[in-house]
Design a protein around this ligand. Structure first.
Ligand code: DGL
Length: 262
């Protein structure tokens, strides 16, 4: 099984992209809604939650782990890789490669949670690929709660977005990384506010493409995961009505969320 975890429902944008791009592989999802948001927690806490989530997925038969959360990828990926032998795929590496590949003026914007922006990981990774890139980051801590409340098209959400994107717009970036797996749900509002010439990089699509090429290169792993009519399972550590609605909206069908503790 492909194990996927996030602090909440944002990682379902990743699960959905994986379902589309790697059809047939069974998915096992864990959304740690009881502890969301991770983005405003300390690094120690994020690492601890990420370990528990990984254990949960491994105990339920995951053969590969996708960290479908930028905050956890930025803070806990190294700790998890040093602890577990199972392949661990983070959501940041694929998005940075794509951003550098598409940017023409080498001015790249990043939006994410406080934890992701504080870690500076996007800037470091982008500059490792091309040291001439300029990276401008903006933490957007209000967006995850708005999304989880289902405020995807409200006036207040649009106003807050305009405010967050203002300095990036002035800086004339030509590429903007949606550095939080919740943000693809707002891409229709983000695009007109950052400018239609700015290319949006959706980390959920990039990680799914990366996973596909990783699996293509590992027939041994493909066999273990089992390429069969997919039976996806979704677990959450807490569940509310807006979250259930959002899950259904992301997948375009009814998603059964089972309650469990990591
Ligand atoms: N989905 C998480 C991310 O990609 C953000 C949610 C949170 O802060 O927990 O960073």
């Amino acid at each position: 099984m492909i194990g996927i975890f996030d602090s909440g429902v944002g990682g379902m944008t990743v699960a959905r992209a994986i379902e589309r791009l790697c059809p047939g592989y069974p998915l096992l999802y864990f959304g740690d809604l009881a502890h969301t948001p991770y983005g405003s927690k300390s690094p120690e806490t994020i690492v601890e939650y990420s370990r528990r989530n990984t254990e949960f997925l491994l105990n339920h038969g995951a053969e590969v782990i996708v960290i479908a959360c930028n905050s956890a990828s930025a803070t806990a990926a190294d700790a998890l890789r040093s602890q577990y032998r199972t392949p661990i795929i983070d959501v940041i590496t694929p998005a940075t490669s794509r951003a550098v590949a598409v940017s023409k003026n080498r001015r790249i914007g990043i939006i994410g949670t406080r934890a992701t922006v504080r870690s500076n990981i996007y800037e470091e990774r982008i500059r490792e690929i091309n040291s001439r890139c300029e990276v401008l980051s903006q933490a957007c801590p209000l967006l995850v709660p708005l999304i989880e409340e289902g405020w995807l098209n409200k006036r207040e959400t649009k106003m807050i977005l305009r405010r967050y994107l203002y300095s990036l717009r002035l800086a004339q970036i030509d590429t903007l990384v949606l550095g939080c797996t919740h943000y693809p749900l707002l891409s229709n509002l983000i695009q007109p506010r950052i400018g239609k010439r700015v290319q949006l990089i959706d980390s959920s699509v990039e990680v799914a493409l990366h996973l596909k090429s990783f699996l293509d290169s590992r027939p041994d792993l493909q066999e273990k995961i089992g390429h069969q009519p997919a039976k996806n399972r979704f677990f959450v550590s807490d569940s509310t009505a807006p979250v259930r609605q959002l899950a259904n909206r992301i997948f375009g069908r009814n998603i059964h969320l089972k309650k469990a503790h990591a």
